[in-house]
Design a protein around this ligand. Structure first.
Ligand SMILES: *Cc1c(COP(=O)(O)O)cnc(C)c1O
Length: 394
């Protein structure tokens, strides 16, 4: 049996998969088992933040794997403590961190923090969390319910936990808050929803209103965090101080890791929450290496330079192909081209892979770009050259 047949027989069919078999990656170039190369503008959905085969990250992981991979959270874990310190320093927030293994788990932690805050801080029980339509917060039963897309709440997996409601816009949030509302959970740029950044003033006004009314602001930075928007956190870019922030995708450079950080540093006591794998030696060592690489690029201005170069190229495409795209959306290394309709996006995705380029879809009709932050100018040039060829072929 070939790989596709084996996959279909032995792996549960939760993904509409493409069957190109990648065997190696160097920077933002991937190679399949036939030796063909592909420019990677997706970085594993924003995960491979420092590219494939990054020498510094590979060395850190290999050295750590040879020493200790895992003990347990019953012992102190040196790279976990150091990574927590580094994340807090880079964020500029006075917070403490819990480590998990994924974005959904980080958001579960955030919801638990909010629920405990709501239970212990007020006379009445406050437990309701408001999220936005088109949001995405994960695939566990609770985070799928927190996700503001009705299509995700199928009866197949019901019943779902109570206490989640959705609003169409930031402006609509105010009217749906009641005396049982404990938190608002938002992405500042909806990744899966269509790569549309929210307005800065509108977010600042919301943050202030929530603070004044003792309602927690949870920012889901699973996709926007770790320099994706050009700053360490999108919350830094929006100049707000959330109560809770979640991270995952880009933090481990490909190793599974999630994190929830909060300014309520004493909210959890021993026994309130936990994880077997969360924050183990290997994933947190990877996180330290990723942050060392990216913070250095940030400090030297290199990150900004690449980001601007990518942005200019993308704007040129948007200008040149107005017959296909309405406009360019997004921020930093989180970009999209809004196509006229959904079928066009499907056609583009099929054409790009055939022309040696990997891009993503977002929302109904957006072509999404999440390149690695270490992508070179040559790779950006080559990627857009292939993108144009793909566009001209449809
Ligand atoms: C990907 C994503 C998640 C879920 O992360 P997993 O690691 O797949 O559980 C949650 N929130 C946002 C904003 C995401 O982009």
């Amino acid at each position: 049996m070939n790989l596709e047949e084996l996959d279909k027989q032995f792996v549960l069919g939760t993904y509409a998969r493409n069957y190109t078999n990648f065997v190696k990656g160097v920077g933002s170039t991937l190679y399949d088992d036939k030796g063909s190369d592909y420019i990677d503008f997706a970085s594993g959905i924003g995960v491979n933040s420092v590219g494939h085969g990054n020498p510094q990250l590979t060395k850190a992981i290999c050295e750590q794997a040879g020493k200790i991979i895992h003990i347990s959270n019953l012992q102190v874990i040196e790279p976990q403590v150091k990574l927590a310190q580094r994340i807090v320093e880079l964020s500029g927030y006075d917070m403490a961190i819990f480590f998990a293994n994924s974005g959904a788990e980080a958001n579960e932690g955030a919801i638990k923090i909010a629920r405990k805050y709501g239970e212990t801080k007020f006379d009445n029980k406050r437990y309701k969390v408001i999220t936005l339509e088109h949001s995405f917060h994960g695939r566990t039963i609770t985070t799928v319910k927190a996700t503001g897309q009705e299509s995700f709440h199928t009866a197949n997996f019901s019943p779902y936990p109570d206490g989640f409601s959705y609003v169409k816009s930031i402006a609509d949030l105010y009217g749906s808050i009641d005396d049982e509302t404990v938190a608002v959970l938002i992405e500042l740029v909806q990744g899966e929803g269509g790569v549309e950044p929210f307005d800065r003033d509108e977010i600042q006004r919301l943050a202030k209103y929530l603070k004044d009314n003792d309602i927690l602001l949870i920012v889901d930075e699973v996709q926007t965090g770790v320099y994706r928007t050009g700053q360490f956190l999108a919350s830094n870019l929006y100049d707000i101080e959330p109560d809770i922030v979640t991270l995952a995708k880009g933090l481990g450079g490909g190793l599974p890791i999630g994190a929830v950080m909060t300014s309520y540093k004493d909210i959890f006591v021993a026994g309130d929450h936990g994880s077997t794998f969360g924050g183990n030696y290997l994933s947190t060592t990877a996180g330290l290496s990723v942050l060392s690489i990216l913070s250095e690029m940030d400090g030297s201005g290199e990150l900004k330079e690449r980001l601007i170069y990518f942005e200019e190229k993308l704007k040129n495409i948007a200008d040149k192909y107005q017959n296909i795209f309405d406009r360019e959306v997004g921020i930093g290394f989180m970009r999209g081209l809004r196509a006229k309709d959904a079928q066009t996006v499907t056609n583009i995705l099929n054409a790009t892979i055939n022309h040696g380029l990997i891009v993503l879809k977002a929302g109904r009709n957006t072509v999404r770009f999440l390149p690695s932050m270490t992508i070179t100018k040559d790779e950006i040039d080559e990627g857009f050259k292939r993108f144009e060829k793909a566009l001209n072929s449809i």
